[in-house]
Design a protein around this ligand. Structure first.
Ligand code: DAH
Length: 337
């Protein structure tokens, strides 16, 4: 009897249950009228008197442990069931934090807003492009270095199918499909085979602008961009245009804005020059108009292209481009829009 009690105590300490039903089975096995513990109490009657005291204590310990174990297993399952009920109560008030817009979306929407006030419509084009729309129609010569494997992601062995390297491809699609006047902007993702760093990424975002009509001049381009810069960076913002080269514009320029962080005095964002470059622009090359079936003798126009990441970094003083793509909530929730 001594050994039987010892074994049962050990067994009960180890016992496990998967459900409330299991717990009930355990109760029946040990504590019901025919249960193993109850039966031992019956056997107690035939224990010789000199052993009764010791056996009695052991039996009481066994019974106590069995009851305690079964009660605590039961309580565990009841608590779990109660919690499960709580999580599925659809009427409970929620404490979910609402999400915020991505900073790149905020700035893209702002750019769209600014240009829509002066009559620019919005259009989009495909991210997978062909050589004609991404390069040839934009007046890139066959040996232009931007076509190099280093910059362009080709999708097939045939170098005709690629991921667009800029949104200028949408200029071509728009001019092919419609006659002037055209006044549109084209936001979108672009792809370049660049090593990822604080200042470069293989995927980024641009907004392209295009205005084609009779008598469009460089003065119109300059005025449009000055309006944009003041709306985006503040009324006191100044611009300057430096001569540059793009195959699809002639003349071409790059535009700087006065540094909105130091107000032009010089800081590490503007590398102590007081100016930061934000876009490329120019008058659409007559060859490009011709490639799209627009008569360059009748129409002229301007185009520009800007990187959304660059403008967002300047606006919010973000120093590492990779933050835009990591989706760290601690970064993202600082932006409201
Ligand atoms: N496509 C150029 C780039 O990705 C940017 C650009 C420059 C666009 C001049 C234009 C432009 O429309 O006129 O670097």
């Amino acid at each position: 009897m001594h050994d039987k009690i010892q074994n049962l105590i050990r067994e009960i300490r180890e016992v496990k249950a998967q459900s409330l039903d299991d717990v009930e089975q355990l109760r029946l096995k040990y504590l019901s009228k025919k249960g193993l513990v109850t039966v031992l109490f019956d056997d107690f009657k035939s224990v010789p008197p000199e052993l009764k005291r010791e056996m009695g204590q052991m039996l009481n310990q066994l019974k106590g442990e069995a009851q305690h174990k079964i009660e605590s297993l039961k309580a565990d399952f009841e608590e779990k069931a109660e919690n499960a009920e709580k999580t599925s109560d659809l009427t409970r008030p929620v404490s979910l934090e609402p999400g915020t817009r991505h900073p790149l979306s905020i700035v893209r929407n702002q750019i769209i807003d600014i240009f829509s006030h002066i009559g620019f419509t919005v259009a989009v084009g495909p991210e997978i492009e062909d050589d004609w729309h991404n390069f040839s129609a934009l007046n890139f010569t066959p040996d232009h270095p931007a076509r190099d494997m280093q910059d362009t992601f080709f999708l097939t062995r045939d170098p005709d199918i690629l991921l667009r390297t800029h949104t200028s491809s949408v200029q071509i699609r728009t001019m092919e499909q419609s006659q002037p006047p055209i006044r549109s902007i084209f936001p979108g993702r672009v792809f370049r085979n660049e090593v990822i760093s604080a200042r470069a990424h293989c995927i980024f975002h641009q907004v392209e602008g295009l205005y084609i009509d009779k008598n469009v001049s460089f003065a119109d381009l300059k005025q449009t961009l000055l309006y944009f810069a003041k709306e985006m960076f503040g009324e006191t913002t100044q611009i300057r245009l430096r001569p540059s080269y793009f195959p699809f514009t002639e003349p071409s320029g790059e535009m700087d804005v006065s540094c909105n962080i130091c107000g032009g005095k010089g800081c590490n964002i503007c590398k102590y020059t007081g100016w930061v470059e934000i876009l490329g622009c120019g008058m659409v090359d007559p060859n490009v108009l011709e490639n799209c079936g627009i008569d360059p003798e009748i129409y002229t126009g301007f185009a520009f292209g800007m990187g959304i990441e660059r403008i967002t970094m300047l606006k919010y003083q973000i120093k590492d481009l990779r933050l835009f793509f990591e989706n760290d909530v601690r970064f993202l929730k600082q932006f409201q829009g």
